[in-house]
Design a protein around this ligand. Structure first.
Ligand code: FEO
Length: 384
C-alpha cells in the first residue's frame, strides 16, 4: 500500500484477536503497522506481532522489490511491534537497528542481545539521512513505555508516531476514528498525559502533513483535529458538556434510580450517556467518563463496600489520573448502605474533583425521599 511515493505500508491486520493486551475487547480486530521508506538507503519502521512474521516479511519483500533493508528503526519495544526484531536481524545480516538507549536495554532482555556491532543509538534530536529523506528522532518516554521515540520524515512531512494517534480496529474497518481512538488513548496512554503533552510540544515544531501510527489507520488530513483531541485528552479536559451515568444494579432498584436521574437531567436539557458496568467493556465506560465533564456513579453496597464492577471502574479511572470533573454519587443498601462513602474515599486520590450534592441514598427501593434527592442532584448537575 502506498503512503507516499517513497513510503509504503507493510503492516498486518489481526482479524482473530478478541482482547488486545488480553484486556481491551476489539470487535473489529487490530492492526500492527509497519512501514518501509525507500531511498538511497532503505529503512523499515518497526516490526509486527509474532503471529504475523511471514506475512510481514512477504509485504516487505513485495515493496522492496529485490532491495535489502539497510535500517530497522525501532520506536517501541512492546511485543506487538518488536516481536520480529531478532528474526529481521537474522534474515538481513547487514542491517543496522536504530533505537533509543533504553530500547537496546530492553532488546537484551527480550532477545538476549542488543546487537552491539550492528546498531545506532538514537538520542533525542538525532537525525538519520537515508539520502533524500531525513529522519528526525524525538524521545517520547511513557507514550507508552519509557524507551519510546517518534520519528519525523522532514522530506515527506510524515510523523511516525509509535503508539500515539493509534486506534483499535483493523485498517480496513469503516468507522469514525474518534470512538475507538478515544477508547484506545485512555486505555493505553491515558495515565501519561504529562508525557503526551511533552511529545505534542516536540511534534508542534514540525510541519506534519500525515501521521503513520503503529495501530489503526494512517491519518492524512485534518492534522489539527487529531492534534487538538490529543491536546484536550492529555490535559484531562472534557470534550463535551454532558453527564455519564455509570452504574451497576443487582435487582434493578439502583438502575431505576439511575433512569429517574436520566429523565430529570434530560428534562433540564442535559446530554446524558448511560453505561451499565455489569459485564460491560470497562474501557468504553472509562473513555466516556473522560469525554464528559460530569459523572454520576451509582452502586449497591456489597460486602460492606462497593459492588465489584463499580469498584473496578473507579480503579480504572484513578489509575488513569481521572481529574477535573464534577462527580455525583448514588448508593443503595438494604441495612447499612456505605457504597457512596467508599466511592468518595476511592476518588480522593483524584485531583480537581468536586462532588455534586446530595449523595443519593436508596434504601432497598426508590421512594419519595430518594426521588427528592435525585431531583436535587439533577438540579445541581444541570445548574453547573
Ligand atoms: Fe502498541 Fe505499547 O504497544
Amino acid at each position: 500500500m502506498i503512503i507516499t511515493d517513497d513510503i509504503k505500508y507493510i503492516g498486518v491486520n489481526d482479524y482473530k484477536i478478541q482482547l488486545f493486551e488480553k484486556l481491551y475487547p476489539v470487535k473489529n480486530g487490530m492492526a500492527y503497522n509497519s512501514y518501509a521508506i525507500l531511498d538511497e538507503k532503505t529503512a523499515i519502521m518497526d516490526t509486527v506481532e509474532e503471529g504475523f512474521t511471514e506475512q510481514w516479511f512477504g509485504n516487505m519483500e513485495k515493496e522492496l522489490q529485490g532491495r535489502i533493508p539497510d535500517y530497522l528503526v525501532v520506536q517501541h519495544m512492546e511485543s506487538d511491534h518488536s516481536a520480529n526484531i531478532k528474526n529481521f536481524m537474522e534474515k538481513y545480516p547487514q542491517a543496522i537497528v536504530v533505537a533509543s538507549q533504553k530500547a537496546f536495554y530492553m532488546m537484551k532482555n527480550f532477545f538476549g542481545t542488543d546487537f552491539p556491532q550492528r546498531r545506532i543509538v538514537a538520542a533525542d534530536g538525532d537525525m538519520l539521512s537515508l539520502g533524500r529523506h531525513k529522519l528526525h528522532f524525538a524521545a517520547a518516554p511513557m507514550v507508552h513505555w519509557p524507551e519510546v521515540m517518534v520519528t519525523y520524515d522532514s522530506t515527506d512531512k510524515v510523523l511516525f508516531s509509535a503508539d500515539g494517534f493509534g486506534k483499535f480496529g483493523t485498517t480496513d474497518v469503516e468507522e469514525d476514528w474518534i470512538r475507538e481512538g478515544r477508547r484506545y488513548y485512555f486505555g493505553i496512554v491515558g495515565k501519561y498525559g504529562a508525557q503526551v503533552q511533552k511529545m505534542l510540544q516536540k511534534v508542534g515544531t514540525w510541519d506534519v502533513a500525515m501521521i503513520c501510527p503503529l495501530h489503526g489507520i494512517v491519518l492524512s488530513e485534518r492534522m489539527e483535529y487529531y492534534m487538538n483531541l490529543y491536546d484536550i485528552w492529555s490535559k484531562y479536559q472534557p470534550e463535551e458538556d454532558g453527564v455519564l451515568l455509570a452504574y451497576a444494579s443487582v435487582y434493578g432498584n439502583t438502575e431505576r434510580g439511575v433512569f429517574y436521574l436520566s429523565e430529570k437531567l434530560k428534562e433540564k436539557g442535559c446530554k446524558v450517556c448511560i453505561k451499565n458496568l455489569c459485564g460491560c467493556d470497562l474501557s468504553e465506560a472509562v473513555a466516556q467518563a473522560f469525554r464528559y465533564n460530569k459523572l454520576v456513579i451509582a452502586a449497591p453496597t456489597y460486602n460492606a463496600g462497593i459492588f465489584p464492577p463499580v469498584r473496578e471502574f473507579i480503579t480504572w479511572l484513578t489509575e488513569r489520573n481521572f481529574t477535573n470533573r464534577k462527580v455525583g454519587l448514588m448508593e443503595n443498601g438494604s441495612w447499612m448502605p456505605v457504597a457512596a462513602e467508599k466511592m468518595r474515599e476511592k476518588l480522593e486520590v483524584c485531583k480537581k474533583i468536586t462532588f455534586a450534592e446530595p449523595f443519593v441514598k436508596i434504601m432497598s427501593a426508590l421512594k419519595e425521599e430518594s426521588r427528592e434527592q435525585i431531583e436535587q442532584l439533577a438540579e445541581h448537575l444541570a445548574g453547573e
